[in-house]
Ligand binder design. Sequence first.
Ligand code: PLP
Length: 430
Amino acid sequence: MSDSLLARHKAVMPDWLSLYYQEPIEIVSGSGRHVTDADGNTYLDFFAGILTNAIGYDIDEISDAIRRRVDTGVLHTSTLYLIRQQVELAERIAELSGLRDPKVFFTNSGTEANETALMLATQKRRSNQVLALRNSYHGRAFATLAVTGNRGWSATSLSPVKVSYVHGGYRYRSPFSGLSDADYIAACVDDLREVIETTTAGDVACMIAEPIQGVGGFATPPDGLLGAFAEVLDEYGILLISDEVQTGWGRTGEHFWGIQAHGVTPDAMTFAKGLGNGLAIGGVVAESALMDDIGANSISTFGGNPVSTGGAHAALEYLLAHDLQGNAAKLGSQLLQGLRAHDSALIGDVRGKGLMIGVELVVPGGKTPAPEAAARVMELAKQRGLLIGKGGLHGNVLRLAPPMTLTETEAAHALQVLTETVSQAEQELF
Ligand code: PLP
């Protein structure tokens, strides 16, 4: 990237707007799973934006849908008028949701989707008490920041909701990490019950949870944990919101929605990222009893606009027609196996499902987080033409989430680059 663009970025954009890499790149074009930067370097994209480009780049069906709208001469006016694309996409998402009598509300981002779901639940239960998981990330507005249980992303302590955090999402560093799946779930359920009984005012509105924690380093709890939580929540009349912003659309391989691995149907699901394959779109799908229980007008001027919903609908149909969920399951398990088989003392944990894989790097010989190693692997991989993500509570987790159209050859190549760069970083740093 040209220095001048970085300098101009720093001059007018806030310091807290994080950029990847010491020399950040400007992506100017893309095709398939590859992107090219302004200096002409091409990379295999193993993070798909932040799981935004679920399908990949330069997809005719999506471009055509957007172009058709552009050709009308009206990109959007407002959601005060009927929008055919919005209704059609809502019908499809309602059908895919598995919820009873579902209704859909569109937003422009995951943050707004979660704000909406929290608004619905707190209004329905007339309580501002919310449960969330430690190590969670749900967005950057007031309520979503409040339910974010990760110091690195909690930019304000002012909060319109009262939040109590429970254990469960991040098993590797949980006090219950050494236990079997069943005992781990039982310990987390006990913790949940104790938190409800001893730290809340008793009238909790909802729990919000990511089935796999995205920003938290693709932390993957045992299957069934949220289902076991739901049994307790039901006893207390507490609603369950599944934040599917990262885990939706088949990304986890075995299921279309991440929550399905937990054997429970939530009261609401929120979504964004992968749906639009790069377009700004998010939303909530919830049972009508919850969705319609608002006693005031509420609108998103741009949420559900015809460009985003038309393009997203084309992306969704593509994803379903090409069974990208099946591809994510197949290639994800090959990658997981390959990474688990790699012998490096830097690797503390390899986890995830489908094409959502986290590799937690530690100081060899223990569990001390090694964020400098993660930064080094990212840089080395970039030098070899592979873009990956980084995250986790301590910034020491490599995050792998390529477009779900990934091929076997690309997966094998990425695996080789990853294992070699992890070994190189280990040699250099320890
Ligand atoms: N929820 C989860 C699980 C996320 O990972 C994110 C973003 O990373 C959000 C919500 C917020 O979405 P957005 O950045 O589109 O506002």
